[in-house]
Design a protein around this ligand. Structure first.
Ligand SMILES: [Zn+2]
Length: 419
């Protein structure tokens, strides 16, 4: 979308959720300037007179929210296809086109920003940023670093290596430093490491440990030395969670085994939990899963629900992330339903997917809230998600999506001046 498409935008007749405040404003108006920033967001009664050349959208009583975030995606993965099929059967050009299509569908589902944690080259981020490709604003880790035989080792039980270039194996401090440097050379915004084994990896268990303490600290140091790039840790079992937080990562991904000590440590260190509950609540078909994977999922699901529910009750900073690619794409708001299911209020779930996620991604001063001066990344829901959080899950209920005031999707009936 070219800059010339930018114009001032007014959305009226909406209920407003600003992503920070607990209050909902009934009969609200949002104005964004031609620079894409929010000028006014509040009661219609206090709104300034509309200027000329303003695109106007009648929200028809829908609920306007900040654009949603998904802080844990894999746009390069098809949730409907196994990694073995991807490695051996997929034409890479077709794969790229499919990735682009997932980005577009995810944007149209209301996700205006996303952080990809493995398998997405930085060129997609740049193409979206340059307006060449519709999609969420992106941060990407490009690759995933683990030990040999760890979570990122794509050697199958047959001994065949799927040989994904985003899977980086490193086994000592020097090697993890080199791996982190390679990731940053490839354009990584965030470095993804594994500090525990995983449910979906063939050779380890969530309770197994992966990178050693001094290796975790070395990666964190490499990120610090290069502009303060953060580290995200795949950490499922308790030991891996604690090692990651102690080592200085910015976010614990999954965190299924987190306990009170882990919750306290997260708070002390100002780190975030991204529990990817969509994976926990997604049923796994035993007929289509490897037996070892199905067994681990069964063993871990209830533990994960109990521990994350406790983390929610302890009010740790939780950001929304689905592991889309493992779970279906373009249904990212399902994560909000999962958070509510484990005890979070709908309004707090919305904050998890807006202002808290923006803080995790280091953009909390420009995104994730609909206050004056913030970028006008917007989502209009046909129904009120505070009453029924599931309404955000169906893309058909997402009537309007805008990034920086530029309309990316509009299926709300609009007046003749609207686009
Ligand atoms: Zn993941």
């Amino acid at each position: 979308m070219e800059l010339s498409e930018k114009a001032a935008l007014r959305v009226h007749d909406v209920r407003l959720i600003d992503g920070v405040s607990a209050e909902v404003v009934d009969d609200a108006v949002l104005d964004a300037g031609a620079d894409g920033k929010v000028v006014y967001a509040g009661p219609a009664a206090g709104a300034p007179a509309p200027g000329r050349d303003v695109r106007t959208v009648d929200g028809r009583g829908g609920t306007l929210l900040p654009g949603l975030f998904d802080c844990h995606t894999h746009f390069g993965f098809a949730s409907t296809r196994s990694l073995v099929e991807t490695a051996f059967l997929l034409d890479p050009v077709v794969g790229m086109v499919q990735t682009a299509e997932r980005l577009r569908l995810t944007l149209e589902a209301g996700i205006t920003s996303a952080r990809d944690l493995g398998g997405l080259p930085a060129g997609y981020r740049d193409a979206v940023g340059a307006g060449l490709l519709p999609g969420p604003r992106l941060q990407t880790s490009v690759g995933i670093i683990s030990h040999t035989g760890g979570h990122a080792d794509a050697t199958m039980p047959s001994g065949k290596d799927l040989d994904f270039d985003y899977c980086v194996l490193a086994d000592d401090v020097a090697a993890v430093r080199t791996a982190a440097r390679r990731m940053m050379r490839s354009g990584a915004d965030v470095i993804k490491i594994c500090t525990s084994g995983g449910i979906s990896s063939a050779h380890d268990d969530p309770d197994d440990e992966d990178l050693l303490d001094d290796e975790i600290a070395a990666v964190v140091d490499e990120g610090r030395r290069r502009g303060g790039r953060p580290v995200a840790a795949h950490a499922q079992g308790r030991a891996g969670v604690l090692a990651a937080i102690r080592g200085g990562v910015r976010s614990v991904e999954h965190g299924f085994g987190i306990d009170d000590e882990g919750c306290d440590l997260l708070g002390e260190r100002g780190a975030f939990l991204v529990p990817t509950l969509a994976t926990v609540f997604q049923p796994l078909d035993p007929a289509k899963s490897a037996p070892w994977r199905y067994e681990k999922k069964l063993r871990w699901n209830e533990r994960a629900k109990e521990n994350i529910a406790e983390a929610i009750s302890r009010k740790v900073d939780i950001a929304a992330g689905t592991d889309a690619g493992i779970t279906p794409h373009a249904q990212n708001a399902f994560e909000l339903w999962c958070l509510v299911e484990l005890g979070m209020s709908p309004m707090d779930a919305i904050k998890a997917a807006t202002s808290t996620s923006a803080r995790l991604l280091g953009v909390g001063d420009t995104l994730g809230s609909l206050r004056p001066g913030y970028q006008a990344d917007l989502v209009l829901s046909a129904q009120d998600p505070v009453r029924d959080i599931t309404c955000l899950t169906n893309p058909e209920n997402i009537l309007l999506v805008a990034q920086q005031g530029v309309i990316r999707k509009n299926i709300v009936s609009a007046d003749p001046g609207a686009s």
